[in-house]
Every structure is written in C-alpha cells, then in structure tokens.
Design a protein around this ligand. Structure first.
Ligand code: UD1
Ligand code: UDP
Length: 382
C-alpha cells in the first residue's frame, strides 16, 4: 500500500513549534509520507524554528509583507495553496491552531476537495472578538475539518457543544512533546546576554506581548505598567524578546527604551526561549503558547488579556488572568514579586496540556481514521 500523503501546512512561529515534533514523529512511520508546506506568514520567526528543528519545507509560499493585513495574508495563502494542492494531491492536509494561515489553509483544502485535520482543535474563548481574529479562525477551521485532534477533554467538550462529535480525538498538546526535547539543565544560551544573568541572585521576569486585539490602548497600558514596575523595582530584571510586528516594536520603544533593568532583545530561538522560561522567576504575557509552556515548567504566569481559551492552568492555580488595565497589571505583578506564599502557591508545576506523547497519538489516530490501524490511540488524560 502506498504511504499516506500527509501535508502539514503552517506559517507562523507557534504553529511551527507545535507542528515540528509531529513532522519528526511522521518520519518514524513508513505508512506516512509527510510533506511540509509553509505559507511564510512569518519569515524570520518561522525560519528560526525550521532551522532549530532541521525541517526543510517542500513548499514555501513566502507571503509575508511588512505590516500585513488579514486580507493580504488570507488571499495570498489561499491562492498559493490552490496550486500546491493541485500539484501534490495530498490525502489529507493538517493545519494547526488558530492563525490566519490555519483558516486559509483549511478553506483552501475544502475548495480543493482535500480532507483537513485540525491539530489543537476545540480551544474557545467564546468571545468572537477576543482573541481577534483567532477565535473565529479556530471556530471556522473546526467547521471545515474532517478530523479533530483536541489537546484536552475540555477542548473535546467545546467541540461537542457545537455538534462536532465525530472523528474527535483527545491527544494532549504537541507543545509538551516539543518542550521535552528542548529544556536541559546545562543548556548554554545562543543569545549571550542570557548567559550573563544570575537567575538565582536576581528575580528575572520574562515578558512577551503581540496580540492584535491589544494593539492601541491595551498595549499602551501594558507597556506603561511594565515601565512603572521596572522603575520601582530596580532589583528585578525584565527580559523582553520583542515580536517583529512594527506596531509592537514602536509601542515597546516608546515606553521601555532606556530602562537599564529592561532587556529588549530580538526574538529568541525556541531552544533559548524554553530554557529561559525554565530559569526565570515568573512570566508576563499575552501569548497563547507561553500559557501552556510556563505551567509545565513550574513558572507562574500573569496573562495580559481579558480572557483565555486555556482555562486548565487557571483552574490549577498557576495562571492568572490580569487583563490590560494598568493598575490590575501592577497589583498582580507586585503581589507575585513580594508575597512569597502567594508565589509558591502559583509556582507548582502542573501539566494539564499534555504528557509528551501527543504526536504519537495523532499518528495512531490518523492511521485509524484511514483504516490502517485497528484501534485509535488511548485518549490523553484517561
Ligand atoms: C500571528 C497570528 C497570531 C499568532 C502570532 C504568533 C494571525 C492573524 N495572527 O500574529 O495568531 O499568535 O502570529 O506570533 O494569524 N513580522 C516580521 N517577521 C516575522 C514575523 C512577523 O517582520 O518573522 C512582522 C511583519 O511586519 C508582519 C507583522 O510582523 O506584517 C505581523 O505579522 P502577522 O503574522 O500578521 O501577525 P502576528 O501578530 O505575528
Ligand atoms: N517563542 C520563541 N521565541 C520568542 C518568543 C516566543 O521561541 O522570542 C515561542 C514560545 O516559547 C512559544 C511560541 O513561540 O512556543 C509562542 O509564540 P507566540 O507568543 O508568538 O504566539 P502564540 O502562542 O500567542 O500564538
């Protein structure tokens, strides 16, 4: 029997980090021929991940533009994929998560009559506009998908509430698979500044922010709160690998340039990032992926958003949603820096998102779906 032609389509840094271990897993199974197609929605930040994991895409649509819009990303991805699908005729396309690449790729697969599998399915904030446009990207991808790989049981229930009950598999999140290969106690950073910090002697806070719905006043509030915190807490060091979005860079420069206990650095390679997270005191972020990784490493997270589609670690007590108001950010950060009992309560390592075997489960479930295995994998968490 010919191997299954499984095309993995992704375009941004987080999709690449979470799809990379799946590409590796597929290569271990002769029944599967993995084909990687990147849209190039991100360029430098995507290429960093591809290089780190040694992945060479068969197709690269190279669609990124400076200050791109949702319209340009969607239309360029859609048009580029029509040609790729026609040439390669995959048995199934796998997309990941909730970016505009994800939705456009699922739509293109549907238009081309190719089946679609959705990895990291079923996450929901239940607010159409937050995160924007990610909530609708994942809802619409869920409607288009033929097979759904939900990280957690609660993600599966979200799909069931929308009437999606067939071909849904609970697998764990592939990011935990990735994390198991990247974090090492004796790791030496590529970014030399990170080797110079004394993580035991000084509290180091890792900061990231990039969400589109935070552009404008929320992002101004976040940066102004961090600036105030940095001024009042000279003993704390803030490390901020700044996203390449021109809007984010402008706002960061306006508020944080010139503060010597705020280290503004370029986006980090994924090995540096995961090992940095493993060593810092706490994390402040509006990122989705960091909300999964930091709890697994026992680091408290303050989420700089009004909601989350990842309630599991909030329920476990290691993640707190603090919103985007200046005072609430300041109060939550001060509490974690000063109240040791509170810090220790939040610091417990919890890992509701996976056990490191998500990619194997996805492979087995996929083979089962195509009738090449008698049973699906045992679901994660049971
Ligand atoms: C995108 C995703 C978001 C995801 C994030 C991960 C959408 C709508 N948004 O948001 O869900 O959380 O990626 O980081 O799909 N840029 C570069 N080089 C890069 C990457 C970005 O220069 O390698 C700059 C470009 O000017 C680009 C801008 O950043 O136009 C914005 O990139 P875009 O992918 O549109 O939005 P993100 O905020 O990165
Ligand atoms: N990340 C990285 N380098 C950085 C910042 C983030 O490798 O400088 C990783 C991070 O560990 C996580 C992913 O990128 O795996 C999250 O990406 P991002 O925050 O851009 O997107 P989101 O998860 O919010 O969609």
């Amino acid at each position: 029997m010919d191997p299954l032609k499984v095309m993995l389509v992704f375009g941004t840094r987080p999709e690449a980090i979470k799809m990379a271990p799946l590409v590796k897993e597929f290569h271990r199974h002769p029944e599967i021929e993995p084909i990687v197609c990147v849209t190039g929605q991100h360029r430098e930040m995507l290429d960093q991940v591809l290089a780190a994991f040694g992945i060479r895409p068969a197709f690269d649509l190279a669609i990124m533009e400076k200050s791109q819009t949702l319209y340009t990303v969607t239309s360029k991805a859609l048009l580029g994929l029509e040609d790729v699908f026609a040439r390669k005729k995959p048995d199934i396309v796998l997309v990941h998560g909730d970016t505009t690449t994800t939705f456009a790729s699922a739509l293109a697969s549907f238009y081309s009559g190719v089946r679609v599998g959705h990895v990291e399915a079923g996450l929901r904030s239940f607010d159409k506009f937050s995160p924007f446009p990610e909530e609708m990207n994942r809802v619409l991808t869920g409607r288009l998908a033929d097979i759904h790989f939900a990280p957690t049981e609660s993600n599966r229930r979200n799909l069931a509430r929308e009437g999606v009950t067939e071909h849904v598999y609970v697998t764990g999140n592939t990011v935990i698979d990735a994390l198991k290969t990247t974090v090492r106690p004796d790791y030496v950073f590529e970014e030399s500044i990170l080797n110079e910090l004394d993580y035991a002697a000084r509290k180091v806070v890792l900061l990231t922010a990039h969400r589109r719905e935070n552009y404008g006043e929320p992002m101004e509030n976040i940066m102004s709160a961090v600036a105030e915190l940095a001024r009042e807490r000279r003993d704390v060091c803030f490390v901020y690998p700044v996203h390449l979005s021109p809007y984010v860079r402008e706002t960061v420069q306006k508020h944080l340039a010139g503060l010597d206990n705020v280290r503004l650095i370029e986006p980090l390679g994924v090995f540096d990032m995961h090992n940095l997270m493993d060593r810092v005191y706490m994390v402040m972020t509006d990122s989705g992926g960091l909300q999964e990784e930091a709890p697994a490493l026992g680091k408290p997270v303050l989420v700089l958003r009004r909601e989350t589609e990842r309630p599991e670690a909030v329920e476990a007590g290691t993640v707190e949603i603090v919103g985007t108001e200046r005072e609430s950010i300041l109060n939550a950060a001060r509490a974690l820096l000063d109240d040791e009992a509170h810090y220790l309560r939040m610091k417990r390592a919890v890992n509701p998102y996976g056990d490191g075997s998500a990619c194997l489960r996805i492979t087995e479930d996929l083979l089962y779906y195509f009738g090449r295995r008698a049973e699906p994998a045992a679901p994660f968490g049971r």
